[in-house]
Design a protein around this ligand. Structure first.
Ligand code: NAD
Length: 428
């Protein structure tokens, strides 16, 4: 169960405050960086298929754009809040900075459950979101992308609305577009693969071989599916996966001790990462209720669902065997759980480093869109691997040199770069 006592924005600010103190940042820079530069709250009226109008609440937050245009996904979720979007926008600033791409941080969202909307209703919602924010986003201003429960099809509707309003083709305004419509090959794999590139490097440093490692993963959406795929290709075993069961309004864990085949599991998974429970049982998966993914006897945990999932209470039950936590999701660990992880000496690859593959590939997509020349998939993934590996090595190098917790080392690098940009521009 998630720990809702933690407000993600307060967590993001508390993490920032610790590092700002460590870096002895000037008070003006601190004040500027602990809050978003700009935020937009708006309502989106949508004509439903039955003729009624339903009004949705939408957000866009631009946390900081000193290093380049704001960049970050749009999440459709029934429990979306302004503070979640603020936290995610702030983490995007650090994410773009830690992998050293010339972009800032932003995030958007709509309070809605796309699983209960038809495709046409979702299209109207996407177009409505763009109509409310079109003047404040743009290829050189703020560039949205997909996130939880949004995908390439939503991005194309949004792009089309933006281009219709502006009367010209502006493919650089949105990333995560379908391949052939301005999208980059490798984008859908990028976040999950990025998690595994950093995990591969961590295992090398810890003298562990992927083929001897077993992992348990929370989530089976875009990030998790590709993380499982690449981890298996490296020889690792994923023995448990959990996802949200929309019908029962609870989470569910699927276990296959000798290894889950993601291709097989994808065949019984809906577009929102929900696995069909009955079909899984027929395919000999052991189906466990709730958050059993975290109690599995494994070497590696990969949270790849939502924030506040690893808590002080469920940390008590994790196996002594767990050596590495690779955070695929944004903000999956509460501050209290983080303290326990650090005391237990479990190696953490922090979220804004581990899952930076998505935004890195989005940056590649922008570059390709601007050139109107698209690279082969191998080239994209090779460039992605290079960027993720070098960011990982910079963070782990600092972690060893200064004997810092990995999350703090990543923050030191990321915040320093943004603080320098803010200061060089004369903002504070
Ligand atoms: P998604 O919507 O494709 O999948 C989410 C998965 O999480 C689904 O399988 C869903 O069933 C599961 N889930 C939701 N609540 C759960 C719960 N309480 N217990 C267990 N499972 C639960 O989303 P995604 O794009 O894979 O994103 C997952 C995480 O990764 C989010 O934190 C997102 O912000 C982050 N992220 C995504 C990207 C990207 O490129 N998609 C990039 C960086 C970070």
């Amino acid at each position: 169960m998630s720990d809702n006592r933690y407000n993600p924005y307060e967590t993001a600010q508390a993490q920032f405050d610790v590092i700002a103190g460590m870096l002895e940042l000037e008070s003006g820079i601190r004040e500027l960086l602990r809050r978003p530069l700009r935020e937009y709250h708006f309502t989106i009226p949508v004509r439903m298929d039955n003729g009624e109008v339903k009004v949705f609440q939408g957000f866009r937050v631009q946390h900081n754009d000193a290093r380049g245009p704001a960049k970050g996904g749009i999440r459709f979720h029934p429990e979306e809040t302004a503070d979640t979007v603020r936290a995610l926008a702030m983490w995007m600033t650090w994410k773009c900075s830690v992998v050293d791409i010339p972009l800032g941080g932003g995030k958007g969202g709509v309070i809605c459950d796309p699983r209960s909307l038809t495709d046409r209703e979702q299209e109207r919602l996407c177009r409505g979101w763009i109509r409310q924010i079109s003047k404040d986003i743009g290829p050189n201003r703020d560039v949205p992308a997909p996130d939880v429960m949004t995908s390439a099809k939503h991005m194309l509707w949004m792009l089309d609305e933006f281009e219709t309003i502006n009367g010209e083709r502006l493919p650089g305004v949105i990333t995560g577009k379908p391949v052939g419509m301005g999208g980059s090959l490798g984008r859908k794999e990028a976040t999950g693969f990025g998690v595994i590139y950093t995990l591969r490097e961590a295992l090398k440093e810890l003298n562990l071989k992927p083929e001897n490692m077993t992992a348990s993963i929370q989530g089976f959406g875009n990030v998790a599916q590709h993380a499982v795929q690449l981890f298996r290709e490296l020889g690792g075993t994923v023995s448990a996966i959990s996802c949200w069961d929309h019908k029962d309004c609870n989470s569910c864990t699927y276990v296959k001790k000798d290894g889950i085949n993601p291709k097989e599991l994808c065949e019984i998974t809906d577009p929102y990462g929900g696995i069909d429970k009955e079909k899984a049982a027929d395919m000999n998966y052991q189906v466990l209720p709730g958050d059993e993914w975290i109690n599995q006897d494994v070497d590696i945990l990969i949270p790849a669902a939502l924030e506040n999932q690893i808590t002080a209470s469920n940390m008590q039950n994790i196996s002594k065997r767990v050596k590495v936590i690779a955070e695929g999701a944004n903000g999956p660990t509460t501050p209290a759980a983080d303290k326990i992880i650090s005391e237990k000496g479990i190696f953490v690859i922090p979220d804004f480093l581990a899952n930076a593959g998505g935004v890195t590939c989005s940056y590649f997509e922008q570059v390709q869109s601007n050139m109107n020349y698209f690279w082969e998939k191998e080239e994209v993934l090779e460039k992605l691997d290079t960027k993720m590996t070098s960011a990982y090595k910079a963070v782990s190098g600092l972690d060893r040199k200064r004997k810092l917790y990995m999350r703090d080392a990543a923050y030191v690098i990321a915040i320093n770069r943004v603080a320098e940009a803010v200061s060089a521009r004369g903002w504070a």
